[in-house]
Design a protein around this ligand. Structure first.
Ligand code: NI
Length: 169
């Protein structure tokens, strides 16, 4: 079990789109297990590799956040190919954006494509909470944070609050 350090706003590493995974190997499986450990430890419902300082397109998520069952999903090189409908994700938060929650406009239903942890191609439709988690995590892989999807005013207020937090650390 290895807990990774989670990068936090305004770390610039979180702003660069990641590279695709080109090899499904043992080191990759280890990264995936460490990411899951880190997500459950936080605790969170999803984690993108970029949040742990890894420049690769990998996400893990578990909408149930069930530490005991540990039935997390893995997606490698994920891409959203269709968006349908609109939903408001209430009180969305992010492990890389400490002490901030906000409602975010998201698609209600999406179609996602990617690889599973064995490199098998997957394409599936998902809606509700898992769809919101996937949109949030796939945003991370593109250097986007959920605060980019709220009003400029709310983002500005958070930015100031975060600067104060960092100064007092
Ligand atoms: Ni996040």
């Amino acid at each position: 079990m290895a807990i990774m350090k989670i990068l936090a706003y305004p770390d610039q590493f979180l702003r660069e789109p990641v590279k695709p995974v080109d090899k499904i190997d043992d080191p990759l499986q280890e990264i995936i297990e460490d990411m899951a450990d880190t997500m459950y430890d936080a605790p969170g419902v999803g984690l993108a590799a970029i949040q742990a300082g890894i420049d690769r397109s990998i996400i893990v998520y578990d909408a149930e956040a069930d530490l005991e069952a540990r039935k997390f999903e893995v997606l490698i090189n994920p891409k959203i190919i269709e968006y349908h409908g609109v939903t408001i994700s209430e009180n969305e938060g992010c492990l890389s954006v400490p002490d901030f929650r906000c409602d975010v406009r998201r698609a209600e239903r999406i179609i996602v494509e990617g690889l599973d942890r064995d490199g098998k191609h997957m394409k599936f439709e998902v809606e509700g909470t898992p769809a919101v988690i996937l949109q949030h995590e796939i945003d991370h892989l593109n250097g986007i944070l959920f605060i980019d999807r709220v009003s400029a005013l709310k983002r500005q207020i958070y930015k100031r609050k975060r600067q104060k937090m960092l100064k007092s650390e």
